[in-house]
Design a protein around this ligand. Sequence first.
Ligand SMILES: N[C@@H](CCC(=O)N[C@@H](CS)C(=O)NCC(=O)O)C(=O)O
Length: 214
Amino acid sequence: MALKLYTYFRSSAAYRARIALKYKGLDYEPVCVHLRRKEHRADTYRRLNPQALVPALDDDGTVIPQSLAIIEYLEEIRPEPALLPRSPQDRAIVRAMTQLIASEMHPLCNLRILVYLKDELNQDEGSVNTWYQHWVAEGFGALETMVEHYSADGEHCFGDSITMADVCLVPQMLNARRFDCDLEPYPALRRIDAALSDHEVFATAHPTRQPDAE
Ligand SMILES: N[C@@H](CCC(=O)N[C@@H](CS)C(=O)NCC(=O)O)C(=O)O
């Protein structure tokens, strides 16, 4: 198996994929795509991923975009260690948490959205940050309530082991800090983030440990 990950050190969606690859013990070749230099918008990259977003995973010529699709794919080709619990009910809750982050929060605060607000709608930096912080608060408020209910040990979003929900949470917390979001109202999320950030799997996938880190 020859895995290649199109990645950018600061991309939280790519960070999710890196965590999952590491957790599964899968080696891969990182192919760095510099977002600030707009390398993802080049035709060569668009041919691989027409959405022009990172990450994308290339497994022997099959190119899979979308971090959640990548993580689900890895779960199928390398079921252990698992990133989803066993029962259908539990799996649905974990997937709901991942979608809360990846489908509701992250898309509203993505680079191209912020650039559009600034450059096309003429919003100043203060307004853009207010936008960002608003959507983070909406999402984390709901996730905090879910995690209070479903975490068994206070150190994982669901139950007492790492799941896809944790894989999505840690990068989103890092993003939130970068944009000075107030995380005080989310003690459960902060505790999970603190517990997992030192974990080797998460630490190795961290933006500062990537070959393209600045
Ligand atoms: N839903 C996608 C989101 C991918 C995404 O938005 N990636 C960002 C980096 S975190 C990106 O490539 N942004 C480029 C841009 O906004 O122009 C996923 O989960 O993979």
